[in-house]
Design a binder for this molecule. Sequence first.
Ligand code: NIG
Ligand code: FE
Length: 424
Amino acid sequence: MKVDLLVHSVTQLCTIPPHEGGPQRGAALGDLGLIEDGAVAVKDGRVVAVGPTAEVRAQVSAAAREMDASGRVVCPGFVDPHTHLVWMGDRAAEFEMRLAGATYLEIMAAGGGIMSTVRATRGAPVESLVAAMRPRLDRMLAHGSTTVEVKTGYGLETATELRLLEAIVTLDREHPVTLVPTFLGAHAIPEEYRGRAESYVALVVEEMLPAVAEKSRELGLSSLPFCDVFCEEGAFDLRQTRRILAAAQDLGFPLKVHVDEFKALGGARLAVELGAISADHLVTTAPEELALLGSSATVAVSLPCTPFGLGHSAYTPARALLEAGAALALATDCNPGTAWNESIPFVIALACRYLRLTPRQSLVAATLNAAFALQLGERVGSLSPGYAGDLLVLDVPDYRYLGYRFGANPVALVVKGGEVVCGK
Ligand code: NIG
Ligand code: FE
């Protein structure tokens, strides 16, 4: 067989196999499918052979490009299933206010927080939004992310929300990283609706959701984006969250929900009840709801950069989620307010310390399980035959360096669909 790319002699090849075609759940999380002196071959963008170098070489008659990865680790490209990458301005002044003692929810209640980014973002044309996003996405790619979810949510008015969606789709088409869009019109109650939250919920349900569905068709998307809601004190309560998500589901949107970042409102139970694809944050979730997630198909997405970014000490009770049998994934939550970080390796370093995951558990949570949080787990996140040829060559001799070392970038080379897109 002739192939486009052969990566061989890999000291540790982490293939990250799906379990029964699904994510790695509960106590089974952390199966690296590790092959020593391994090789992987990619043809037409997909993995066509994987195994010990000698066995793969026996199947490959010629390779357009060969790479020797001795002394190195190879794994699937990282999947970042929760980001707010499209925003204008910054919140450096709020960071300083928080260091002086103000809390995130206090700043938000005073008209800062998400609303201050909304003020900076409204009015920006699509090209400016794309230009603001591009260097962030370049950094994500350099740190190994090959598939990234991006939420709207800094428009909070129909026209701007649609521009944010268009910016995400535009950048997806010009950048090697695959972007997966999410509509988050219910990110905050905008200031012009202060005291009229129900009217804003009605706007989201009656005007924005149909407009987003229409715009998605116009942009040529093959499926609707996800619909997400920030279910939180000071944002959307449980009843409002249910109303928005149920309306979105009726229109065919797959669902995600921000739940239990600060206050536990019962959002995880709602996510399971509605069959949401993921429930994200999960810091203050009640034990009964952790159990519900454990026996559901809803992926639990933990975002350790957020408590870290806020200087909080409470993180997702990841071990309890795993004991309950949950499918756990990791993401950056990259956003200007709580967590401006583009690096999945840094997320893994935090997960090892504050979620008490092992490097192998973290690696699966940031690849295969993260892909399932985007309904892509049958196509990306693993180096099994048929999966996308998205892979990383890490300039480290052992996968445990992920987590162990931090602050420097371990990613030497990024391959997307069989082509080197970063590094050499
Ligand atoms: O996931 N929780 C809501 N959204 C972000 C914060 C966004 C912001 O503060 O701008 C989060 O933490
Ligand atoms: Fe978020």
